[in-house]
Design a protein around this ligand. Structure first.
Ligand SMILES: Cc1cc2nc3c(=O)[nH]c(=O)nc-3n(C[C@H](O)[C@H](O)[C@H](O)COP(=O)(O)OP(=O)(O)OC[C@H]3O[C@@H](n4cnc5c(N)ncnc54)[C@H](O)[C@@H]3O)c2cc1C
Ligand SMILES: NC(=O)C1=CN([C@@H]2O[C@H](COP(=O)(O)OP(=O)(O)OC[C@H]3O[C@@H](n4cnc5c(N)ncnc54)[C@H](OP(=O)(O)O)[C@@H]3O)[C@@H](O)[C@H]2O)C=CC1
Ligand SMILES: Nc1ccccc1C(=O)C[C@H](N)C(=O)O
Length: 450
């Protein structure tokens, strides 16, 4: 079997970017996806994570493969969170420095661009090929296709087949494969705020809008057609406001007018959309090893995370960047070595971002509504301004840098403990301008040294 023939499972965002990287390495790349080719058989995608936030780690990979300038015109910068309170009032919390933004981009268009780019470089795409099983000793893949089953002998397999990966399922049948999945008590539903009658955005397009309501929330990201895609995150059942209790138009209107009235006024299709679009589950997947024979899991297949940090795709793109770096270093003659190094170095980082993603849900749905949280952000921004290398806010490390996720996590926890002490001062609201910032940095350096 030729080791320069790579089979990628999944033509999603990560599989398509990986195909680009591997073609640039001069390898033969064939990609298989269970879905139909959207260019030939368009299908309804409504209600399924239509747009997403692209940030530094994603841009870094796109720049490396020469696609940054092509992608930039498709993306809308969001410079911070626009918080909507229950009375229709709003406030703005910047994500970082003035010019720092995360970028809203349409999943479908972006995925298509990446797949086409890979095709132009010579990667072959086969749609309507659903991987059913992989036999590891023989590296044989069984696909189901509209014409019937199809078997393929594949020397090297990269599984980028998403959160419910078939490659991972085959790995689960091997001995000593660790696997843990955790569903959240919350689910999500996508809804729309259309452009106004005048064809304009109905709200500020350069922000990620959040309606934090403690146990649940609504968010909205802008689209190039001047609409917003909103995502409603609610418990499935068991609380006063939950999906189970919204059974008809009356229940729905009551929830929206009570909790999200300013958004509700901008959602003419709410009732139709709510009852038409699926309610989807949220899952965290932790598994290891990612390698079996000459097969490797990447992207959501290896570390599906909840979406609250907006990092799943960015992290998957960074997987591709790191894997490509290892191929540069170790060559393509010993995939077992490349794959082994990859999983060993990467796992601690994906564990860290999975954990951070869980924690960011509480920040988004609850903490952002607390004036003390705003003050905390302000103090941290000031510390960063005064000591740019010694104090980097956690959000900045994760979103606007390529400091490893595990380092960001550890540093973030130290900073959090120090900030908890600072914020414990009952007079902090009046005193924050008089804080001894040098002393705070000293405390941090001391904590780091321990
Ligand atoms: C609501 C929501 C919002 C999100 N927002 C963000 C965000 O703002 N920023 C961010 O960075 N991330 C975000 N994410 C995460 C992001 O969507 C994923 O991390 C990303 O799509 C992972 O890409 P992937 O290519 O690994 O998997 P996918 O995008 O799922 O692609 C997998 C591909 O494999 C194919 N496939 C699946 N099974 C098989 C099979 N058996 N055989 C063949 N093909 C198969 C599928 O058809 C698909 O094309 C969000 C996720 C959700 C749910
Ligand atoms: N971490 C998370 O919580 C989530 C992450 N995602 C990620 O977002 C990306 C794209 O999302 P989107 O296109 O909306 O994905 P979908 O929700 O459409 O799921 C993609 C496919 O996965 C299969 N699937 C869905 N739910 C389950 C389940 N519970 N068990 C087994 N298989 C399931 C379905 O395949 P079939 O049609 O063959 O049944 C579906 O077509 C993917 O990367 C996915 O990995 C998506 C949802 C949640
Ligand atoms: N894209 C998302 C999808 C769902 C939930 C959150 C996001 C975010 O991007 C949140 C953003 N990083 C924030 O912290 O405000």
């Amino acid at each position: 079997m030729k080791k320069n023939e790579i089979t990628i499972l999944g033509a999603g965002l990560i599989g398509s970017l990986m195909a680009i990287y591997l073609k640039r390495q001069g390898l033969d790349v064939t990609v298989y996806d269970k879905r139909p080719d959207k260019r030939k058989t368009p299908y309804f995608e409504g209600g399924r994570s239509i747009n997403m936030a692209l940030s530094h780690r994603g841009w870094k990979s796109l720049e490396q493969v020469g696609l940054k300038d092509k992608v930039l015109p498709l993306a809308i910068p969001m410079f911070g969170r626009k918080i909507h309170d229950e009375h229709g009032g709003t406030s703005f919390i910047p994500y970082g420095k003035k010019e720092q933004a995360i970028y809203s981009i349409s999943r479908g268009k972006f995925n298509q661009l990446l797949a086409e780019e890979a095709e132009n470089l010579g990667a072959k795409f086969n749609f309507e090929h659903k991987c059913e099983e992989v036999n590891f000793p023989s590296q044989e893949i069984t696909f189901s296709t509209p014409e019937g089953p199809f078997k393929l002998q594949a020397p090297v397999i990269v599984g980028a087949d998403g959160a419910y990966s078939a490659l991972r399922l085959s790995m689960q049948k091997q001995v000593r494969f660790n696997y843990k999945q955790e569903y959240l008590t919350h689910g999500y539903k996508e809804l729309t705020i259309p452009a106004t009658a005048a064809g304009e955005f109905a709200m500020d397009p350069n922000a990620l809008h959040i309606w934090p309501r403690g146990k649940f929330m609504l968010i909205a990201l802008p689209n190039p057609d001047k609409s917003f895609t909103c995502t409603l995150f609610l418990p499935f059942e068991g609380t006063k406001v939950c999906f189970e209790k919204i059974t008809d138009e009356r229940d729905l209107k009551s929830v929206f007018s009570n909790y999200f009235d300013d958004a509700y006024q901008l959602m003419p299709d709410l009732v139709d959309e709510f009852f038409r679009n699926p309610t989807s589950a949220l899952v965290n997947v932790d598994c290891y090893p990612w390698v079996q024979g000459e097969s490797l899991l990447i992207g959501d297949a290896s570390h599906a995370m909840v979406p609250f940090y907006g990092q799943g795709m960015n992290c998957g793109f960074e997987d591709c960047y790191i894997l490509n770096g290892l191929i540069d270093k170790l060559g393509t003659n010993s995939w077992d070595l490349v794959f082994e190094k990859f999983q060993k170095t990467r796992k601690r980082d994906t564990d860290a971002i999975c954990q951070l993603a869980m924690e960011n849900f509480i920040e988004m749905r609850d903490s952002v509504a607390d004036p003390k949280f705003l003050l905390r952000k302000k103090i941290e921004a000031k510390l960063h301004e005064l000591y740019p290398n010694d104090w980097i806010p956690l959000y900045t490390m994760v979103t606007f840098s390529d400091i490893s996720y595990s380092e960001a996590y550890a540093q973030g926890k130290l900073q959090e403990a120090i900030m908890d002490r600072v914020m414990a001062d009952p007079l902090i609201t009046e005193n924050w301008n008089k804080l001894d910032y040098e002393e705070i940095i000293f405390q941090m350096e001391t904590a780091k040294a321990v």
